[in-house]
Design a protein around this ligand. Structure first.
Ligand code: URP
Ligand code: ZN
Ligand code: ZN
Length: 462
């Protein structure tokens, strides 16, 4: 079925202009001031007067199938992808997080099987490297041949997902040799462990102690550590969920020295601060993620870094755990609270309402940080991340006049709370298409939950 979007204002990472867009066979065929459907074709015609037409947004950091901290994240690929689409995200890049014992190729197959036929939006994976030896290296090479062009490593989560320095060095060396970019969670796991024990020993057990157990210095040390190894190996690296000034500066100092580093921040760090983790009646547990929510002063720095494009991407790090029965596992010990804040549905809306509307970022920067840069960095561009002839017809018609509020009652994410309960929103995606098929209309999912395709990617970081 053809799709014709008329009278909208197209916004890309560099431009905005009024034009119609005609799509057929899943791709954009024409962009011109006034298009009529070709004779004899039936097209869905959308009047986008008064709206912005964005390229489909890409969330480069989500967790869907996630065995973690003794439990499992709540969404499956259907609920997460529907939530993503309602929020304007048409492509998800999910972290494959195998245990140390699991073989990488087996993990790839497990994660692929979970998503196959069950995702409403397109998707691909960063393959987690949680152990490194010759056998793992061989399997990672095979994974790259199967279309995986990025790895994920953790310098945190001692004894679980974290790797040691020998493994770090070898992973980066291997990635460099294949042109693969390595995404990394940077926090010093030894320092965290010691801090946690000190706090627990004096009965500081509540969620408000999560941040003091992983202060900004611990994150900055993690980033500096990764930067040193990236400099030694020449690997291209991507720092995920950067939460604070100190970590940002460590990455930028390395970039100044010539390290190939890109920086991600995530929406919770832009709009939430550490006071949320102090909420009474254990409500603070809803706001436990790693790196932790920080002092409010960091938000201003992160927004400025996005505006000036020092930070390349804004992701979510969507990691949904129910408050009741999952977050409560850590009622007597904050180190046992499953880490994560669900937000895949809210990212674009929050960036628009709390970024674009108050003038912290402009529309082009929104598109760049929430779509184009992820496509460029992870081998999806120009198929995804832009509006041009030949690109996939992943399009978001965004109504800037819509007003509403966020609520767990109405969200598509399968989790029993919203970290943004009652927050007002200005603007939302009114229509969302994936490869030309309308998946969301008037803010509601109307599409096929098996429409999503796995995106195979080629390494681009040589
Ligand atoms: O708190 C977080 N970030 N949970 C998900 C796992 C990770 O570290 O990304
Ligand atoms: Zn992480
Ligand atoms: Zn994560």
């Amino acid at each position: 079925m053809a799709l014709l979007i008329k009278n909208g204002t197209i916004v890309t990472s560099t431009d905005s202009w009024k034009s119609d867009i005609y799509c057929e066979q899943g791709v954009i065929q024409r962009i011109a001031p006034s298009i009529e459907p070709p004779e004899g074709t039936s097209a869905t015609v959308v009047d986008a007067t008064g709206t912005f037409v964005f390229p489909g947004f890409i969330d480069p950091h989500v967790h869907i199938y996630l065995p973690f901290m003794g439990t499992f994240a709540k969404d499956d690929h259907t609920s997460a992808s529907v939530a993503a689409l309602v929020g304007g995200t048409t492509t998800l890049i999910e972290m494959i997080c195998p245990s140390r014992q699991e073989e990488p190729l087996e993990a790839l197959e497990v994660w692929q099987s979970k998503a196959l036929g069950k995702s409403a939006c397109d998707y691909t994976f960063h393959l987690g490297v949680t152990r490194m030896d010759d056998e793992v290296a061989d399997q990672l090479r095979q994974a790259v041949e199967r279309g995986i062009a990025s790895f994920k490593i953790f310098l945190a989560y001692k004894g679980a997902l974290g790797i040691d320095d020998t493994e770090l060095y070898r992973t980066l060396n291997l990635a460099k040799s294949m042109g693969v970019i390595v995404t990394a969670h940077c926090e010093n796991e030894t320092a965290i462990y010691e801090k946690q024990q000190e706090l627990l020993a004096v009965r500081k057990t509540g969620p408000q102690y999560h941040e003091p157990s992983r202060p900004t210095l611990v994150e900055a040390e993690g980033v500096h550590h990764l930067m040193t190894f990236a400099e030694l190996t020449g690997a291209h690296v991507y720092v995920v969920h950067t939460s604070c000034d100190e970590a940002l500066q460590a990455a930028l100092a390395a970039r100044y020295r010539g390290v190939h580093v890109w920086i991600e921040t995530v929406v919770p760090h832009l709009v939430l601060d550490n006071t949320y983790a102090e909420r009474e009646a254990f409500e603070g547990a809803k706001y436990v993620m790693s790196p932790p929510l920080r002092d409010k002063r960091h938000q201003h720095i992160l927004w400025n870094a996005i505006r000036s494009r020092l930070v390349s991407t804004v992701a979510t790090d969507h990691a949904p755990f129910d408050f009741s029965g999952q977050k409560t596992i850590g009622r007597d010990d904050f180190t046992k609270i499953p880490n994560g804040i669900p937000s895949v549905e809210n990212r674009v809306d929050l960036l628009y309402t709390y970024g674009v509307v108050p003038g912290r970022i402009d529309l082009q920067t929104l598109v760049d940080a929430a779509s184009t840069q992820a496509a460029r960095l992870f081998g999806l561009y120009p198929r995804k991340g832009t509006i041009q002839v030949g690109s996939d017809a992943d399009l978001v018609v965004f109504d800037p006049d819509w007003q509403g509020t966020i609520s767990a009652e109405t969200q598509a994410m399968r989790v029993d709370y919203s970290a943004f309960e009652g927050w007002p929103l200005q603007g939302r995606p009114s229509l969302v298409a994936v490869r030309g098929d309308v998946q969301v209309r008037d803010g509601k999912f109307v599409g096929r939950t098996d429409h999503g395709q796995m995106l195979c990617r080629e390494p681009t970081h040589f």
